[in-house]
Design a protein around this ligand. Sequence first.
Ligand SMILES: Cc1ncc(COP(=O)(O)O)c(C=O)c1O
Length: 464
Amino acid sequence: MSRILHVTYKESKVSRHPEPYCTFTQNHKQMMEIRKQNCMTMKITYYKKPVFIHQGYMQWLWDVDGKRYLDLFAGVATVSVGHCHPKVTAATQRQLKKLWHTTNIYIHPELHEYCDKLASYLPDPLKVIYLTNSGSEANELAMLMARLHTGNFDIITFRGSYHGGSQQTMGLTLTWFLPNKQTMCPDVFRGPWGGSYCRDSPVQTIRECSCAQANKHYIEQLEETFATSAPSQIAAFFGEPIQGMGGAVQYPKNYLKEAYKLVRQTGGICIADEVQTGFGRTGSHFWGFQGHDVIPDMVTMAKGIGNGFPVGAVVTTPEIAVSFVKASHFNTFGGNPLACAVASSVLDTIREDSTQQNSLHVGTYLMTQMAKLRDKYEVIGDVRGKGLQIGMEMVKDKGSREPLPPEAMSEILEDVKDTGVLIGKGGVHGQTFRIQPPMCITREDVDFFLAVFNKAISGYTDRK
Ligand SMILES: Cc1ncc(COP(=O)(O)O)c(C=O)c1O
């Protein structure tokens, strides 16, 4: 059965014609064959009918056939200020003509200017910066630093988290390999406890219960982990301020504050993984941890820091940095002039374009409108998030909160894509749609998306 959706969209002021696509791989079948035979970076594609992306501008992407998509997933929460943002592109071009690469055994201005600038966005005592090429590399370095500083080995993280694809970071992660010590994720929608005022979001869960109790119970779970699964001294606790790949899961208010206290009592340091939540994405603050009223001992970042250019960073305190001197550390590309020029321009653009404020206003609008769809449809169990880090958790029904099966999720995702919008998926069961767009999207884009999503869900509900 054909499931073509018809949703019209009022043209925004930003309308651009893509350059025609013209290379030897003009044929979709040929590209898929190359992917299968020679290009194993990822075996799967997101869609049954994959998208062949060719060009981007701000919140828009065009495929090789010239079809335009509203990009609400930003290459997995990575394009922060907009695809090919003109200011960042111009800064990159200037640097490309000047100096691409030299290593950090020399003093080059871009690195020092950038570190000085980035440090000004962080509270005391988080002032010492190490630049890397990715989030995994940043987290890997953070683990090493934590172990050297504390003299302890064990690291605790949440079930459902994702901290990277390197061997050590996979040990911290989700349903992947090499489990390290994981504690219960204090998920106020799906977890055993949670209620209607628990989280810092414009939209609360549909559950009714005592929120103070929920936080207490989740903290008891962490205490239980310390008592039963970890040695008396640990190296670190890793936590995303809002889980990204886990499906925009938010913890009860005060949870991180109390968890940090417990971790520090065991000699461990607290690490905030801001790879997805940093650079204004949560709207109310520049960093996700600020929304929890905590100051970590270390912050790791990537993705939005470079608007799609590979950059990452670890920021820590002078005291921890001193302990790291014990290790020999060298990184060929980390902090190279090009990366620093891009990242520096991203920081300027966030300020000049009021990106963080846009994230707050447009994100809040999206969530509050989406909550109306949650009330309308049995299969939308939860809407949550902050700023433009948003999750919609899909369920079989609100009573059971059982995850909507993968085939149904794929069907909806495909319909939304066919109507011209790209969104993401996450959650331990793949049950949560994720919205983490370039932070330049407008309310008009949101209205278009809501119409598309409404159509896709009503289509799914009718077919069921
Ligand atoms: C929270 C978080 N941390 C770390 C990483 C790893 O970053 P990268 O893919 O740049 O290595 C990711 C990637 O998705 C992430 O979402």
